[in-house]
Ligand binder design. Sequence first.
Ligand code: ZN
Length: 486
Amino acid sequence: MIGASGQAIAQAPSARWPSRTNQPPHRDCIIEAGSALIWENDAPVIKRNVSVRVRDDRIVEISTDPIRGDTRRIDARGHLLLPGFISGHTHVSIGSYTRAVIDGGGGTAAPHAVVEAFDDETMDDLMAFNLLELLRSGVTTIVNQDHNVRRAYSYVRVASRWAARGYPSGMIPGVERLFPVWGRKDDKALYDSVPDTLVEIEANRQFGLRYNGSEDGRIRPNMAPHATDTHTPETMGKILEAAKELGNGIHLHLSQSDTETQRVKKLWGVTPAAWLKQLGFYDVPVFAAHMSGLDLENDLKILAENNVFFATCPSGGGPGGTPQPWPEALAAGVKSGPAIDSHSNDMVENVKMAVIHGQARHGLIGKTSKVPLTRPTIEQAVNGATAIPAGVLGRPDLGRIAVGAKADLITIDVTSPLVGGGAMSPRPLWNLLYASGANVRNVMTDGYFQVHDNVFVVDDEARIVERGGKAVERMYVELLKMGYFK
Ligand SMILES: [Zn+2]
């Protein structure tokens, strides 16, 4: 294979899971970008004609003059160079199969149950398809609440081979136990679930201890309670204890619906955001998703005062749905930004949709709302998918293009037809409103190329797609037998 620089790139070998070590032993290259989002004076700024030198896992030089040297060069003159995206809320394994069912109203319990019966090898095939999509759309750090601890192990098996960076965990309760607790008629089911939930917490703790800091620190497990209305003070206390031991924070759904908010108020006397404060959760970084049922007048202040990232996920319930209160969060100063959730693994698309949903919400209720709204911009969305979540993770080495930062970098073609105008615009971020993950051309994590010149170079993409396809096909067959699609 020949890259844009004209130099040969190592081709992935034929083993089932090839390894990133097939890349050149010394990670050393110069990326020559038409424009780049550079970190200067503690803020991101767009610069034209930027050269960035990468050595091993770090950015070592940034210049608007050509950088000398005979190392290989990456021609990104028609591209925008960005820090790799951070998806602050993701369920990696489910995207490729839930997109076949989420818009039909038949629910996800049956599809999840069919997939849960897969053996580990098939689960890994499914995981690989989805992780490939995330990488191809420019996500280099995945905060991943996978659907149970077994799938968290599967994630680590695949992510380690491809040098993907992540904060993985299994959702608690896992998908095989979730629905009777979440969809309960009365709270007996919640109290009855406690012993099994405690067993799951320990299993996730063991997963976390086993992999914490592995793969040169790219794998950092956290703890992931499903939501505030599927737990008691006892189980939440154990989760926080384990999160503190691991040191990588908490990842949950928060006030996903008004039902969740009302249930927690009835059970524990306060809103979910206030309950987390009472429980001491804000002692650690908290990644919290959706917030459609937030008590805006009380909760925004609590969130803004603490180290909480609000992940707004425009594809969360499928591509439509009611826009989440991201404009209110921005106005209140809550650290926030777009994330994947599931169904769509296209981060560029979700960054764009977060802006569109947010502007629609601002236009529809901006004048009548009891709390102020900010009309979101693409600049805020990109910042909310890079530097802001990096800050909440306590990782100033991620989410920014600066000397000494990690070489987690992506380039997006912003000049080609349908996206750009044939030349680099003075405002290339605005072109992202016309782009998708299909325009991502290079993706690198820790200096390892995963996508180079639009080729997935850490594995055989055709084989990943074929095996992922066989896995979802098995689900289609089972669902058809059940009459699911009628
Ligand atoms: Zn979610």
